[in-house]
Design a protein around this ligand. Structure first.
Ligand SMILES: [Zn+2]
Length: 201
């Protein structure tokens, strides 16, 4: 079963090739080792589109979604560092299954997102997944940013114009400072937020 899963992973991770699986002595952790086999002919300099050669290999460990409950799973990825033959600049190969700017895999990020979308608290998601609070918080912010961007696109597409506005202030920084918020009274959409209190004169 595990082998089948690994083979399935291997097929979906090309041009990364499965190398081996390391199982910790206590059996509570699996590390899947993957290595890039990408040919330099398939890579171009991102700055000038020149041909490149391999300068060396680097490795990165990503937290992955576990195959078995209670068993931590990581991906240890070996990837290339290149040098451009035209402009001599160096750059690293992209790891397509890495969630951007994090040390977790895309499927681990999807796994965490699936909990957050059901409004499960971060502390509970942390207990279930074992992923650090800050990382879960970052994914939660990405989900919120996407939802806000979707809503904005929808409203702009409909030629949105608010009819009735509401203004309110709320405490931030543990009550030491305030922010003012302008909302659409009918839909509840937040239209504007600014630091400081409202001034009526
Ligand atoms: Zn170049």
């Amino acid at each position: 079963m595990l082998l089948e899963q690994i083979i399935a992973n291997n097929q979906s991770l090309q041009p990364y090739e499965y190398v081996n699986t390391e199982i910790a002595e206590d059996g509570q952790r699996l590390v899947l080792h993957l290595a890039s086999r990408k040919d330099t002919a398939e890579e171009r300099c991102p700055y000038c589109k020149g041909h490149v050669h391999i300068l060396g290999s680097l490795s990165m460990r990503l937290r992955d979604m576990p195959v078995y409950t209670g068993t931590r799973q990581d991906l240890e990825i070996s990837y290339h560092r290149y040098r451009c033959q035209s402009c001599a600049r160096t750059f690293c190969e992209e790891i397509p299954f890495r969630h951007p700017e994090t040390r977790i895999s895309e499927r681990a990020a999807s796994w965490i997102s699936s909990f957050l979308r059901f409004n499960i608290p971060i502390s509970t998601v942390q207990k279930i997944t074992g992923v650090h609070w800050d990382m879960i918080k970052r994914i939660q912010k990405q989900i919120m940013d996407e939802a806000i961007a979707d809503r904005r696109r929808k409203l702009l597409g409909e030629g949105y114009k608010p009819k009735r506005l509401a203004v309110d202030e709320f405490a931030i920084h543990k009550g030491r400072r305030y922010a003012t918020c302008v909302m659409d009274l009918d839909t509840g959409d937040v239209i504007w937020v600014g630091k400081g209190r409202t001034k009526c004169s």
